[in-house]
Design a protein around this ligand. Structure first.
Ligand code: ADP
Ligand code: MN
Ligand code: MN
Ligand code: MN
Length: 345
């Protein structure tokens, strides 16, 4: 199995250095989303003191306390947000709807790959047995790469990421973690940091975490990022009515959402949203209670209790959570219509 050279360096030697006291200095790792809208980059600076109130700051689970991970917005030479900095506009929109208390929960699916791009643990010249036993599976013949999942989960908890669960997925070497519920802008912040932590954990193990929405074509499930959404009205008595009204609005704005739900304006999702493998067809909008083949699913318990939240199953695994959450708020709370987002400036 192809793994990285770095992962084979002697970790006991590394720990000898990591155990050295660091004095009163703090290491801050600055993290930002690169121009592709998918890649993450990072660099480190020494701080003279421990920062207390930086937005989007997390504990660093790799260097540990008092060191920090800081998620940054990218600005241009003129201090204006870069075109690829989608946090900026998301934050403005979230501010407009603060009193609706929008909550999100995102189910991040991903695939563990060897450094040669082959799914982790798959036979080098072929395929594992067909899908069926792997989803939520246990045992060496069913769960491929659980070490990554366990390390990532604990590292997220340490960091302060609002991670709420994890499970093995339908395709072997594919997994999911859930982040939420998160209010407003924090959804994007927490999911991006959780992705960074995943890449970093995978790096330590010498494998690669992929958010490609369809890493293996054919009869293998793709990877999405189901986005669960509610406002305070939906969570209160009679909320199902508000949920249904939102779904009617979403039905009329399907293509706007498809464009927002992967970094290539729908091209990535075209490989995944086929109408098979528990997905809807990319060209059609559909909704239903407990329906995993629909664009929007109302969870069974929400249908019964007549309040709660709904799940948008369309976002791709490599979506930008700032765009996805912004689009949901624009359509469902700001009640925008038509193919273009409204300019409020
Ligand atoms: P599924 O049944 O689709 O696999 P999961 O259990 O994987 O669902 O994920 C459910 C997600 O819904 C979690 O991220 C959770 O935080 C989120 N969630 C739960 N309640 C709400 C709510 N009221 N509003 C928004 N998101 C919610
Ligand atoms: Mn799930
Ligand atoms: Mn899933
Ligand atoms: Mn789901």
């Amino acid at each position: 199995m192809a793994t990285s050279a770095s992962s084979k360096l002697n970790k006991a030697v590394k720990h000898q250095y990591m155990d050295l006291p660091q004095g009163d200095k703090v290491q801050a790792m600055y993290i930002w989303i690169d121009g592709t809208g998918e890649g993450l980059r990072c660099k480190t600076r020494t701080l003279e003191f421990e920062p207390k109130s930086v937005e989007a700051m997390f504990r660093d689970p790799f260097r540990q306390d008092p060191n920090k991970l800081v998620l940054c917005e990218v600005l241009k030479y003129n201090r204006k947000p870069a075109e690829t900095n989608l946090r900026h506009s998301c934050k403005q929109i979230m501010r407009m709807v603060e009193n609706h208390h929008p909550w999100f929960g995102m189910e991040q699916e991903y695939t563990i790959l060897s450094t040669d791009g082959h799914p982790f643990g798959w036979p080098s010249n072929g395929f594992p047995g067909p899908q069926g036993p792997y989803y939520c599976g246990v045992g060496a013949d069913k769960a491929y790469g659980r070490d990554i999942v366990e390390a990532h989960y604990r590292a997220c908890l340490y960091a302060g990421v609002q991670i709420c669960g994890t499970n093995a997925e339908v395709m072997p070497a594919q997994w999911e973690f859930q982040v939420g519920p998160c209010e407003g802008i924090s959804m994007g912040d927490h999911l991006w940091i959780a992705r960074f932590i995943l890449h970093r954990v995978c790096e330590d193990f010498g494998v690669v975490g992929s958010f490609d929405p369809k890493p293996i074509s054919g009869n293998w499930n793709g990877a999405g990022c189901h986005t669960n959404f509610s406002t305070i009205d939906m969570r209160e008595e009679g909320g199902l009515k508000v949920i249904e009204e939102s779904i009617e609005r979403l039905a009329k704005r399907h293509m706007y959402h498809i464009q927002a739900y992967d970094p290539k304006g729908g091209l990535d999702n075209a490989r995944r949203l086929t109408g098979y493998h528990e997905t809807s067809n990319i060209d059609e909008f559909s909704a239903g209670v407990a329906n995993r083949g629909a664009s929007i699913r109302i969870p069974r318990t929400v249908g019964q209790e007549k309040k709660g939240y709904f799940e948008d199953r369309r976002p791709s695994a490599n979506c930008d959570p700032y765009i996805v959450t912004e689009a949901l708020v624009r359509t469902c709370v700001l009640k925008e219509e038509g193919g273009e987002p409204t300019d409020y400036s």
